[in-house]
Design a protein around this ligand. Structure first.
Ligand code: ADP
Ligand code: MG
Length: 451
């Protein structure tokens, strides 16, 4: 089977991610973009010189091996500087080699549009309650012949699928209406382009470039908050497009009103169309995503392990995928399915990070609210039962729900001794065992804190 270069690249990337872990992947490997293949060498480009040198030194050899295992023509990997003459030439040559997921020939894409991830399609997006509104809105915009609402503003926490949905819209439109001019880029890149245009006194063609598009998508717009000149330029571009009834799609980590450092007129205009938020994942959604991804990776993972992951890795989908990839890499390495114990071992760092989701401060806050006392009583020296008991409850929950040690917990409670914390833990355990109402109360608090 001859599959597409982006498909091979996607697999190389997912293996790199599994092998080096999420942090290294995001810092060094994710920023690599595929420019093309010429002869025996694959061209990748990176944004900075330092990155190029580092990636070459640290990951160069592995990149070649992984590529060679995907594509037997490949003997070399060239890492080029983005925007350098070489990278430009390659980009032009490579245009015909790069295919869409459906293997269609795409018209030459514009420089200003960032590359689209071939995995980020509507088909690959799992829909459940937390993201159904955002998904429906994205589909609507992608399918509509006329502009249904302007702008579409998608927002939600990190790793919940905003970029995925935006790429999906772009893929969909490019496939169905190749004549429509769709541009996708991050707010950061928008700023970079703008600054470059200023430097080369080329703002007129910068403006023209953006104002002639049919669909403009700007990802992570919170990035330009506080960056006044870029914001001003974006505001004008935005208005020009909306006035001409061209579709604008924007994403951010917060709702328009909550974007700090954003001018009021900008906030207000961003909220004019449809604002759709993506909520944190639910257990069902996480399990669904794992099942689909495992199917795509063509691996069998015991249901017990899947359920464990869906329970434990609650931060975001990106982490969940990272965990799954690591398990798959591990299973391939040892040549058998992973057990629950194996999973815990392979993922101990990720699991710990997710455990630490609840902080002692949050516990103190929630418990104070629950018992209707001031949060400062958590650190105060007062011993009246009305405040001492809630404080003990908070200490107990801190021990149960975080990985902090007794002395660490004591310090967070007004510098108390670790024996005080130990005493509190024992006292609460005792009460739980003897008082049903109390036990239920604690259970309720725990569930609230664990979300
Ligand atoms: P964001 O832009 O909101 O930070 P991304 O769109 O980059 O998040 O998503 C992070 C990762 O999680 C991507 O690999 C994406 O494909 C995946 N992902 C997020 N939500 C879903 C979903 N509902 N179904 C499938 N994959 C998802
Ligand atoms: Mg994103």
């Amino acid at each position: 089977m001859i599959d597409s270069l982006p498909g091979q690249w996607a697999r190389v990337r997912s293996r790199l991610r599994a092998e080096y872990g999420e942090a290294a992947y995001r810092s060094w490997l994710k920023p690599l973009t595929l420019s093309g293949l010429s002869g025996e060498s694959v061209q990748l480009s990176v944004p900075t010189r330092f990155m190029r040198d580092w990636v070459e030194a640290q990951y160069g050899e592995r990149l070649v091996n992984l590529w060679a295992s995907e594509n037997s023509n490949v003997k070399k990997v060239d890492i080029l500087l983005e925007g350098s003459a070489a990278a430009q030439v390659v980009e032009n040559q490579a245009a015909t080699l790069i295919h869409e997921p459906a293997n269609q020939v795409v018209r030459q894409q514009d420089d200003i549009s960032a590359p689209l991830d071939p995995r980020f399609t509507f088909d690959n997006f799992i829909v459940a309650k937390p993201n159904e509104l955002a998904f429906a809105a994205a589909r609507r915009v992608a399918e509509a012949e006329t502009v249904p609402f302007n702008p579409l503003f998608l927002y939600g926490g990190v790793g919940l699928g905003k970029t995925h949905l935006m790429h999906a819209i772009a893929w969909h439109i490019r496939k169905r209406n190749p004549e429509r001019h769709v541009i996708y880029l991050s707010a950061e890149k928008f700023m970079y382009q703008f600054i470059r245009a200023l430097r080369y006194k080329d703002t007129v063609s910068f403006k023209d470039q953006f104002r002639s598009v049919d669909v403009l998508m700007i990802d992570d717009v919170q990035f330009i908050a506080g960056k006044d000149n870029t914001q001003e330029e974006f505001f004008h571009t935005f208005n020009a497009l909306v006035d001409q009834n061209h579709q604008v799609i924007v994403s951010a980590d917060k709702s328009p009103n909550d974007l700090e450092g954003m001018e009021d007129r900008m906030k207000s205009r961003l909220g004019w169309g449809l604002v759709a938020d993506i909520h944190p994942t639910t257990y069902e959604l996480r399990l669904g995503i794992l099942q689909v991804k495992a199917e795509q990776l063509e691996v069998e993972i015991p249901p017990k392990v899947m359920e464990f992951l869906a329970h434990k890795i609650t931060s975001n989908v990106r982490e969940l995928e990272g965990a799954l990839n690591r398990i798959v890499a591990y299973a391939n390495l040892v040549g058998r399915q992973v057990s629950l114990e194996g999973t815990q071992e392979v993922l101990h760092d990720i699991l710990r990070a997710n455990d630490r989701r609840v902080t002692i401060e949050e516990i103190q806050k929630r418990v104070s609210e629950h018992y209707n006392i001031r949060q400062s009583e958590m650190y105060s020296a007062r011993r009246a039962r009305a405040v001492a008991r809630p404080r003990q409850v908070a200490m107990y929950l801190s021990k149960q729900l975080t990985s902090r040690s007794l002395p660490e917990i004591g310090r967070k409670f007004g510098g108390r001794d670790h024996t005080t914390v130990m005493h509190a833990v024992r006292k609460i355990e005792e009460l739980r065992a003897t008082d049903n109402t109390f036990a239920e109360d604690i259970e309720l608090l725990r569930r609230m804190l664990e979300g």
